[in-house]
Design a protein around this ligand. Structure first.
Ligand SMILES: Cc1cc2nc3c(=O)[nH]c(=O)nc-3n(C[C@H](O)[C@H](O)[C@H](O)COP(=O)(O)OP(=O)(O)OC[C@H]3O[C@@H](n4cnc5c(N)ncnc54)[C@H](O)[C@@H]3O)c2cc1C
Length: 478
């Protein structure tokens, strides 16, 4: 109980016994599998940083719910200060791990549920907020990590959940019992589900009246009976398994598909069941929170790219090249505008009826559109600065080979004073930052597709006020 050290976190993940498949095989030891361990290390960094004196005040605070110190990764925001801290922490941790730390999505679910369960209870007299607060106490007292089970596999995108030929293509309730519900379905792209103690499920879209069974939210331990994690491929995933050529030697991201094969959920872990009109509120709140988390995080990742680009300039002898300095400046302004947009969405946040705080949706979505385009540009600029070896550097094993290793070290030397090993390592990092598909593709699709961000911006913007202002200036009276 209480805040966990990184070692305690890893042992608590070891104690879980989830059903896992990867590359066609059943994995029984998740924590010592090098591919999965790199993801667990990334989440572990959030625990490690909470212990560091220079970060503790930012990451650890007192929970009004349990009146004890907690990690902000388990704290639904109750003030503007809390909203701002979310962004600052995500930037710091991302800069530390250089990839996805995998812990923001759980916080985004907790933040959403702290608002919406209250709203549902107010309308229907249900007990969801009480269920949620008990669950939140459990998360906070044990310093747990949660995964966000939001994205359904969705089948034919032109059909609603209840219209699908196979009714299980959106997760649904297949049985209601006295003691709980049984759910069936699959959630895709589940960032860090095996680094998590809990899986929190929210609906993936707005629901119609016919979609009652699909309007469901709950939380279950990640090793619950009937839950199957199938770990997805990522462009550089064999590097960790192989133990060579790992660009980021500590951390990686992985995203399983999560199959719910008739999973039982006790009623006290259910946060919504059939209240269709609240599905959209859940989706909007979650996705806005998550798009804001992304912006803080990706600003931190651009910071890593800037560091890589500048170091490569030192190693290549291009430090004084003016056009490269301009490119680094272009990277810096992209990181800062992304960060600024996310901070602004916090400062413009507001108190909700439950007492929790919610960010400004338009600003959060604007930051995500910016991220979707500008991360690609920042990546392009880093590659431009670094050079072609981002693409095709010989393997570490070639450098270690007694016949050709010496030749490679001779011909891959840059600035004389820089050991060739350092230059090779930095190229490898640039490759990982640019090409780790599980992380890079989330710049575009993480938190919803780009069109979802645009639709939300238009829907949430007060377009009437803008038209009114234009008409007044033109002297038009309605
Ligand atoms: C690396 C990564 C990590 C992720 N992590 C998580 C996670 O931890 N938890 C989680 O729940 N989700 C996660 N996601 C999922 C993410 O939210 C989805 O990928 C995103 O919402 C897009 O959904 P999709 O992948 O099913 O693509 P699709 O929905 O198939 O979208 C493909 C394209 O089709 C368009 N489209 C789809 N349906 C329609 C329609 N009806 N009408 C018009 N256009 C349509 C979209 O706008 C998009 O341009 C992650 C995704 C990635 C890539």
């Amino acid at each position: 109980m209480g805040l966990k050290t990184k070692a305690e976190y890893i042992e608590s993940i070891r104690a879980l016994k989830p059903v896992v498949y990867m590359f066609g095989e059943r994995i029984t030891n998740v924590v010592d599998n090098p591919r999965l361990r790199a993801g667990i290390e990334a989440t572990g960094a959030t625990y490690e940083m909470a212990e560091q004196p220079e970060n503790r005040d930012l990451i650890v605070t007192t929970s009004p719910l349990i009146n004890e110190p907690v990690s902000r990764f388990t704290l639904p925001p109750a003030s503007i200060e809390d909203l701002v801290a979310r962004v600052k922490i995500n930037r710091k941790v991302a800069n530390y791990v250089g990839t996805c730390h995998q812990r923001c999505t759980g916080l985004d679910c907790l933040s959403t549920l702290s608002i919406v369960t209250y709203d549902i209870d107010k309308k229907y007299g249900t007990n969801y907020n009480k269920n949620f607060l008990e669950f939140l106490k459990h998360m906070q007292k044990n310093d747990l990590t949660a995964n966000a089970g939001v994205t359904d596999v969705k089948g034919d995108r032109s059909l609603s959940p209840s219209e699908q030929v196979d009714k299980d293509l959106f997760l649904r309730v297949v049985e209601k019992r006295d003691d709980g519900i049984v759910v069936r379905g699959a959630k895709a792209h589940q960032t860090g589900s095996l680094s998590s103690h809990e899986i929190i499920v929210l609906p993936t879209r707005a629901m119609g009246k016919a979609d009652k069974d699909y309007s469901v939210s709950f939380a279950i331990p990640s090793d619950t009976k009937g839950l199957i994690h199938v770990v997805g491929r990522s462009s550089l995933d064999m590097r960790e398994i192989d133990g060579a050529d790992c660009g980021n030697i500590y951390y990686s991201k992985y995203c399983p598909t999560l199959i719910f094969d008739d999973v039982f959920v006790p009623w006290e872990r259910v946060f919504m069941c059939g209240e269709t009109e609240f599905a959209s509120e859940m989706v909007i709140k979650f996705s806005s929170f998550h798009r804001q988390s992304h912006g803080g995080c990706k600003a931190g990742k651009i910071d890593c790219m800037i560091g890589t680009a500048l170091t490569m300039m030192d190693y290549n002898g291009t430090t004084k090249a003016g056009h490269l300095k301009q490119k680094v400046i272009d990277m810096i302004h992209r990181a800062e505008t992304l960060y600024g947009c996310c901070l602004a969405s916090s400062y413009e946040g507001s108190k909700q009826p439950s007492g929790s705080y919610f960010i400004d949706t338009v600003l959060a979505n604007a930051s995500k559109i910016h991220e979707g385009k500008e991360m690609a540009e920042a990546t392009r600029l880093m590659i431009d600065v670094c050079g072609g070896f981002v693409a095709d550097l010989p393997s570490d094993r070639d450098f270690e080979n007694p016949e050709i290793g010496g030749l490679l070290k001779k011909y891959l030397k840059g600035v004389e004073s820089v050991p060739v090993e350092n230059r090779v390592r930095m190229y490898r990092l640039a490759e990982k930052l640019a090409l780790e598909s599980a992380d890079t593709i989330s710049d575009i699709h993480g938190g919803g597709s780009p069109e979802a961000h645009r639709v939300t911006i238009f829907r949430e913007t007060d377009t009437g006020a803008k038209k009114k202002a234009a008409k007044r200036l033109a002297g038009i009276k309605d």
